[in-house]
Each structure stands twice: as C-alpha cells, then as structure tokens.
Ligand binder design. Structure first.
Ligand SMILES: O=C(CO)[C@H](O)[C@H](O)COP(=O)(O)O
Length: 229
C-alpha cells in the first residue's frame, strides 16, 4: 500500500474517533483502515478514556488486547453506541460493499446492533455505483459448488477466495466467493436475490446501514458524508 493511501486512512480514522465519549460501548472494525481507529482508541484508553468494546474479527480482537482496550463478549451486548469500520466501496447513498478482509458476517452483526455506524475510507473508495469491487459472499463449505452455480445464475463470475492453495476460511469457518457483477444499479434488489440462495451465510452489501462516512484524502483533509434523508 502506498504512503498516500495509508495517510488517507489514518486521517479518516483520526476524525472518526472524535465521536467517541467516555462510557460508550464500541464496535471495532476490521482491515487496514479500522486498524488506525483501533490504534487511536488504544491511545485514548491509555490517556484515561473509559470504554468497552467488541471486535468484528479475531485479528482486531488481538490488536485491541495488545492496546489494553477493555473487551466484552458480544453476548453481553444489546446495543453498541458507535462502531467504526472500513469499506471496500461506498456509493452516493452510503451503501457499501464490505468483506475484502473476510470479516463481513461479524461486521454486519455488529453493525446491525450499532446506534451510530461510522465508515472510514480513503477517498478512492467513493464510487457512483457499487460493483467494481467483486462482492464477497460468505458461504457454507457444505455444498459450496452448488451455491456457486446459483450465484453465477445471477450473472456474475464467482471465484473462490484462496489462502495459498487452500480456500480462505473466515473466522466462522466459512468460505468466501468473490462475485464480479460489474456495475450494480440496484444493490438492495441484488442483495435480496443473493441472500435468498440457500448456502449463503451473508453477503458484503451493507445497505442503508452507515450513518456517516469519513473519507480521508492524501492531502490530509477529511470529508464527512451523511446518509441521505
Ligand atoms: O470489510 C472489511 C473486512 O471484512 C474491511 O473493512 C474492508 O475490506 C476495507 O478494508 P481496508 O480498510 O483494509 O481497505
């Protein structure tokens, strides 16, 4: 990753953590942008901030532990005050494609329990229509070949995500099929069709979930995009 992209991510994360207040329960995202938010929260905790958090992946949980961010089991959570997470694409209505890091299922469960869901991206992730980034679809290993055929009937080219010469396994022990649809004009409609396929555990569409998107630019500016009314 080039330094400019790193800077944009860091800047966006720095802005997002300004929304955090003492006593909040937080959701910690996954990926190279969420990494900076977790680092920032760790720094705030070091300086006396009192929060509790749940993580959206084993990776983010380990990072939070290293930084002494107090973690609670998700079973103890009813509502999270704020979750800060990254995204692979953001459209003009703040619909997202997520799951490039393979954490989409936990990320969506955490997002759905969140009062104020903040997405942080470098500005290159902002698009008019979703779809240039292949849609990650988390599927059950049992019968995945059939699930893949059903997905391809929706006019996409699915590919098994690999980790070396083996299928990539999510934290939930599922596979990921990355589905190249090309430009998607109706993400909500397509989300329904994908979700209807048996064997699909979750897809990477996050429709109408983000409250704000903080986009960082390499020059150090941030832009805050609000969910359309
Ligand atoms: O959805 C995700 C992980 O499942 C990430 O948030 C998404 O892939 C963006 O990652 P990054 O910040 O590294 O570009």
């Amino acid at each position: 990753m080039d330094n400019q992209a790193v800077n944009s991510k860091k800047i966006a994360a720095g802005k997002a953590i300004e929304y955090i207040r003492n006593g909040m329960t937080l959701g910690l995202g996954t990926g190279s942008t969420a990494y900076w938010a977790i680092q920032g929260i760790g720094e705030m905790v070091k300086h006396g901030l009192s929060v509790k958090a749940v993580a959206t992946s084993i990776q983010s949980e380990s990072l939070a532990r290293e930084l002494n961010i107090p973690l609670i089991p998700f079973s103890e959570v009813d509502r999270l005050d704020i979750t800060i997470d990254g995204a692979d694409e953001v459209d003009e209505k703040l619909n997202l494609i997520k799951g490039g890091g393979g954490a989409l299922l936990r990320e969506k469960i955490v997002a759905a329990a969140t009062r104020f869901y903040i997405i942080i991206v470098d500005e290159s992730k902002l698009v008019r229509h979703l779809g240039k980034f292949p849609l990650p679809v988390e599927v059950a290993p049992f019968g995945w070949e059939l699930t893949m055929r059903r997905l391809s009937e929706l006019n996409c080219t699915p590919r098994m995500r690999m980790a070396g010469d083996k299928p990539f396994l999510t934290d939930n022990q599922h596979y990921i099929l990355d589905c190249a649809f090309g430009e998607i004009l109706d993400p909500a409609g397509l989300h329904r069709k994908v979700s209807d396929i048996t064997g699909v555990m979750e897809d990477g569409f996050f429709i109408n979930m983000a409250d704000i998107v903080v986009a960082g630019s390499p020059g150090g500016e941030t832009r805050i995009l609000n969910k359309p009314a």
